[in-house]
Design a protein around this ligand. Sequence first.
Ligand code: SF4
Length: 704
Amino acid sequence: MTTTVKTTCPYCGVGCGVNLSLPANPNEVVPPVSGDLDHPANFGRLCVKGSSLAQTIKSDDRLLSPQIDGQVATWARAIDTIADKISQVVKDHGPDAFAFYLSGQILTEDYYVANKLAKGFIGTANVDTNSRLCMASAVVGYKRAFGSDTVPCNYDDLERCDLLIMVGSNAAWTHPILFQRIVAAKQQRPSMKIVVIDPRATATCDIADLHLAIRPGSDAAIFSFLLQESARMGLVDDVFVTQHTNQFDATLQQAMESTPDVTTTAAFCGVDEHDLMTLSQWWASNDKAVTFYSQGVNQSSSGVDKCNAIINCHLATARLGKEGAGPFSITGQPNAMGGREVGGLANQLAAHMDFATPGALDLVQRFWQAPNMATQNGLKAVDLFQAIEAGKVKVLWIMSTNPMVSLPDTAQVRRALEKCELVIVSDCKAHTDTTAMADVLLPATGWSEKDGTVTNSERRISRQRGLLPAPGDAKHDWWAICEVAKAMGYGSAFDYQGVHEIFAEHAGLSAFENNGTRDFDIGHYRHITQAQYDGFTPTQWPVPEGKPEGTKRMFADGHFFTQDGRAQFVPINPSLPALKATQQWPFVLNTGRLRDQWHTMTRTGDAPSLAKHTAQPYVDIHPEDAQRLGIIDGALTRLSSPHGEVRLKANVTKSTPQGQIFVPIHWTQQFANAAVVSNLIPQTVDPLSGQPESKHGVVQVERI
Ligand code: SF4
């Protein structure tokens, strides 16, 4: 008899439900992976990556045993080595000499125990994650406006709106199932308008009624203009603004000064005035409007301001908390949201509380019975790796991520890891660019083997369920963290009998002394049993005590999580990226994802069918730029920046504007020597979110 579990796709933030099947008889033919018809994210659909998951389950490159300095070791010895070294550096240099660098790939329960160990027991807030590269700007944008990191919308809103503005998102490739839902909605209601705001003409533009190919980084000006147009056209909801918001007048005044008219704004953004006015007219005539935004907005030195420029427009017109309306940030990773929920960013404490939240430190300390609470923000990703190179952080535990490929200026990351006294890497794979830098390697269980929860872009918590046995000596990440905690003398606080107990504790903390004053509350689950956890059905938080059905949409009542309960407008002065193209570095470099690969290919690189779409790394370059440089389609080119150099084949295409180039992020030293595009990206970050400006480098392009 075939055994089937309902689990969740481990790739993008859509969070599709997956049926994973294992026949008892190996000769029986069953599809090992299929879409879960009951899951509200995908209703049975899977994109090509999700459909190929079965090809990635068995890898020849699994890490099967702990290793210390390249030698196979027992788990007991590895745990003791880690615990002893952390204890020693904390004693000699203080708790901030230790750091976790986590991942939106790990499960909420893994994140929870890592955060608890670091912030409550070791006493450092140096817990950051590759989610910093993904949605940190969206988090700060929401918090500035709503007082909380709360996504107001849900996926139904994408289908029910009359105007969908997609900003900095190639959803056709990066969030394919959401894109399919949008395509289906548009086919059913052709009157639904879709606007794409993106420098490139991507596959997402295929369904656009209007494409604004803006100057890179100028997004905020579009929404600053839209705000003052909202006032000019009488769209401002005076009752809502008066009763539920602060600082509208100052924000509008700033918008009128920054983007006074269509001519100024169109020139700043490099778009046609007529197109800008078309957007304005559609904004005026469609009350049901969603702005859908992703990495093109977030990965910017002014990413937070861009987010708030978007939110300002929705607050002014009261287009949120209603069906088919709202500012909707879409996360890249399967559990970027779950990490945020437990405090998996260095500037968060736990359960959506910050260090600055009044009373939060005391509350969390009492709940955890924690002996060594961190008291202030830790180091965000780029700052963390700089602190490691400076010798301030001496022990780093990297979990399920590949910073040697994904962080900007990878030469600096290499220097940092070489300097670090102890680099611990937990991973499923034996050979990645980052495992090569490890002093201690810990074999981790992977998707299809581990149990836990993830939260997708619409706040929906779903289960990942294990079905297959752990290979070799691989263990769950939460187990490894708890064992280290026990070896450090914190046994009673980390003595979980199963992963459901961690989830129950996480739920308990979210509800602890929370009388509706904090957005994240899943108190309904605080006594969840193993059987209930096994039967968990996908639910959107908040799920407070007495509301098991969860919450579909937020802010319908006009109440926000600021101290006075009112949303905050944020005056925005739109800016362009600080780094400008010059004679020496004449091209603007944009980076992003492809349809059939995922992050640094550590999983998708194992699926032969996925390589068919794009087998090799490349650089998109406009035909006129290519002709000027003597580059023909397929020719080998050298890209150089102040930080490094890569060599790539040219793909001559009009989809990328003149003066700009585009390179996919996926390839690594492991898969394509000398093609790691992060080598070229500077460590420029948004000053508020710390998110790197991965969409903007400046480079020279030459034919080799
Ligand atoms: Fe997986 Fe995202 Fe594709 Fe859904 S859309 S199947 S979550 S990769």
